[in-house]
Design a binder for this molecule. Structure first.
Ligand code: PBG
Length: 428
């Protein structure tokens, strides 16, 4: 008897957690494959998690020698069959002190003493469905490695990208976020390329939606990849980042992305009032169904270094401290989050991730909206570097860091490890 509890396309439930291998009744049936409708995705597998009710014994019964009544009568008559002996108490090593046991009413280790018990009491779970895979794209045909992010590439939008998305979908990661490397010649002080409907991002969205209609596409809304100054907003002569003028551009950018088919537009610029303005602009153009994931608490962090190398988007001068938040601040995250929520954000994001777990927890406890965490480039590269240098176990640290982001309260995690971690969760 089998009952299907998960039957969504491309959902690969997590059956391999820290301790959760091979539990009775849980089996990942990966040999089942069937079409999902469109020919372009029909080769992809669907996986089902099947829970088997306790095995039926029909046909497997041993030859019956005694009836139940006879067995009971035997026991009543004092003829008790022998059970295997209780194993002897394991010996302690020589030199172990002989002591009186501590009088403890609570020994929390009792609940941790076997893999099955640990699995029973595991409070947090993680699955490929929780991941959003950030992908770097460029106009070229080849994939070029990103020096500061081992294992990451600027992907050719027509080839490498499409293959990478297919790989991710194969292990249940069906959400991506796009970051474009824009040719210098298309950059300008006002970042107008950001809303070119034939630009790299809209073109890529259209291509991906054509190939994978059910793929969830998040986009980044900010001017930095398009700004000749490398800032997220328009820079005035005296270096001031112009808020409202930038928001005007961001609205056009978001609408252009929505027009191309984006599912979730994600303002990462930290201008004031941009969520409300983008919501109004989307609605005015009929994109009521397009969500906004707001980078509510985005800190002016040095953990973004490798990303800026990837996109060649380092600010040409100054820093981003007049718009991104001070890493020393906690309460200020609430101000930002309340504002974004009131303006109509659908998802609140905290960035970076691991050094900012307290902020994730804060927003989780103070908002009913889904919370996203961004495990940023610097966090990724540190784990990769530690692994390459054999200082840490890369895979275990990767999985632990992602689990910790979930434990802190993140519903979804934007992570460059999405594919690697999903493969790991699928037992690959
Ligand atoms: C820019 C943007 C940045 C990241 C995502 N969007 C960099 C920045 O703010 O300078 C960083 C992501 C990462 O480091 O992985 N709007």
């Amino acid at each position: 008897m089998a009952s299907t509890i998960v039957n969504a396309p491309y959902t690969v439930p997590s059956v391999k957690g820290f301790d959760t291998q091979n539990y009775v009744g849980l089996r990942l049936i990966s040999s089942l494959r069937f079409n999902s409708g469109r020919t372009s995705i029909s080769e992809r597998s669907q996986r089902l998690l099947v829970v088997r009710a306790s095995e039926r014994h029909d046909g497997h019964l041993k030859k019956i020698e005694m009836s139940i009544e006879e067995c009971e009568a035997a026991v009543v008559a004092g003829n008790v069959p022998e059970a295997p002996p209780v194993p002897p108490k394991p010996a302690a090593p020589v030199g172990t002190p002989v002591i009186q046991p501590l009088q403890l009413s609570r020994r929390p280790r009792r609940n941790r003493q076997s893999p099955a018990l640990r699995a029973s009491f595991q409070e947090t779970s993680i699955s490929p469905a929780n991941f959003v895979y950030p992908l770097f794209i460029h106009e070229g045909q080849e994939d070029t490695p990103i020096g500061a992010m081992p294992g990451c590439y600027r992907l050719g939008w027509r080839h490498g990208l499409v293959e990478e998305v297919a790989k991710a979908r194969d292990v249940g990661v069906n959400s991506i976020v796009l970051f474009p490397k824009v040719p210098d010649a298309l950059k300008s002080p006002s970042g107008d390329e950001a809303y070119n409907d034939n630009g790299l991002v809209p073109r890529t969205i259209q291509l991906l939606k054509d190939k994978y209609p059910d793929l969830v596409i998040y986009t980044d809304v900010a001017l930095d990849p398009y700004s000749s100054d490398g800032h997220d907003g328009i820079v005035r002569e005296d270096g001031v980042i112009m808020n409202d003028e930038t928001v005007h551009q961001l609205c056009k950018q978001a609408v252009s992305q929505a027009r191309a088919g984006a599912d979730v537009v994600s303002p990462s610029d930290m201008m004031d009032g941009r969520v409300g303005a983008i919501r109004a602009a989307l609605d005015a153009d009929g994109f009521h169904h397009v969500s906004i994931m707001s980078y509510s608490a985005k800190y002016a962090s040095s953990f973004y270094g490798p990303f800026r190398e990837a996109l060649d988007s380092n600010p040409r001068f100054g820093d981003k401290k007049t718009y991104q938040m001070n890493p020393a601040n906690y309460r200020e995250a609430l101000v930002e989050a309340h504002e974004d929520e009131a303006e109509g954000a659908d998802i609140l994001l905290v960035k970076p991730g691991l050094p900012y777990l307290d902020i994730i927890r804060l927003l989780r406890d103070r908002s009913a909206l889904p919370i996203a965490a961004y495990q940023v480039s610097g966090e990724y590269s540190m784990i990769k570097a530690g692994g390459v240098l054999k200082m840490i176990d890369e895979e275990r640290v990767m999985m632990e860091s992602l689990m910790c982001l979930r434990r802190a309260g993140a519903d979804i995690i934007l992570t460059y490890f999405a594919l690697q971690a999903a493969r790991c969760l699928c037992g690959g």
